[in-house]
Design a protein around this ligand. Structure first.
Ligand SMILES: Cc1cc2nc3c(=O)[nH]c(=O)nc-3n(C[C@H](O)[C@H](O)[C@H](O)COP(=O)(O)O)c2cc1C
Length: 224
């Protein structure tokens, strides 16, 4: 074991959801290395249900345009049902991170146009040069999605270790039918989410805030 807990903690603390990217592409070898690391996460029966479509260059731009067109003319229809709601502490945390983003980009309370504009940035993939689309087999159901969630987290951390910024996006998966059409994803696979990635624009206000976390005492219920 050569990685110290501090090193892992440093990596975990450095990662954040990036919402403004520089246009420079990430070398194919680096993307391959990220996937090579991420695929080491555990999965039930070692099924490794995740599959990833990675776009680059004009393919990312074509997808961006198609997505924006779908948002303007289509209806959201995610493969994986979105949460029924966020109440209590979950609602509070959702609001806190939403407001932190709005504050960073200068969207004030009641500015519906400003918040809609920021939401729409999702469908421009935050100008990222690459997008990874994560799918898992319908047959594996929720556990396929659960295993793939681990893969998504590991992908973001492995990317961070290579100096590559990421943002997981459920928003993109809300237009799953387009993704099936655009990328020839068969109906026996669920579109789970996308991860837009590239090199962060460090000066962008969207990238200047960080989210908080609940303390361990709110997470662990010690017994014995
Ligand atoms: C499965 C998943 C879906 C997400 N979907 C979106 C999204 O659609 N748009 C977005 O801006 N951020 C999205 N995020 C990023 C979260 O908002 C972010 O992880 C959270 O606020 C914690 O902030 P951090 O990643 O900067 O630590 C998503 C994250 C996950 C894990």
């Amino acid at each position: 074991m050569t990685v110290s807990p501090q090193d892992l903690d440093t990596l975990m603390a450095a990662r954040f959801s990036c919402r403004a990217f520089r246009p420079d592409p990430v070398p194919r070898d680096t993307i391959t290395a990220i996937v090579e690391t991420a695929r080491r996460v555990p999965s039930w029966c070692n099924a490794q249900p995740w599959q990833v479509i990675v776009t680059s260059g004009e393919d990312t731009d074509r997808f961006r345009k198609a997505l924006q067109n779908e948002v303007a003319n289509g209806t959201p229809a995610p493969d994986l049902p979105f949460p029924k709601g966020y109440s209590g502490v979950y609602q509070a945390r959702r609001r806190e991170c939403g407001w932190a983003l709005y504050e960073a980009v200068g969207v004030t309370k009641g500015d519906r146009e400003g918040s809609a504009r920021q939401t729409m940035r999702n469908f421009a993939l935050f100008d990222a040069p690459h997008c990874a689309i994560i799918t898992s087999p319908v047959e594996l159901g929720e556990y396929g999605a659960m295993d793939s969630g681990g893969f998504v987290a590991a992908f973001t951390l492995a990317a961070q270790a290579h100096g590559v910024a990421t943002v997981p996006q459920a928003a993109v998966a809300s237009y799953s039918p387009l993704l099936h059409r655009q990328f020839g994803i068969p109906d026996d696979r669920l579109v789970l989410c996308a991860i837009s990635f590239g090199y962060a624009d460090p000066d962008a206000p969207e990238n200047r805030f960080r989210t908080t976390r609940a303390p361990v005492s709110d997470i662990v219920d010690w017994r014995g």
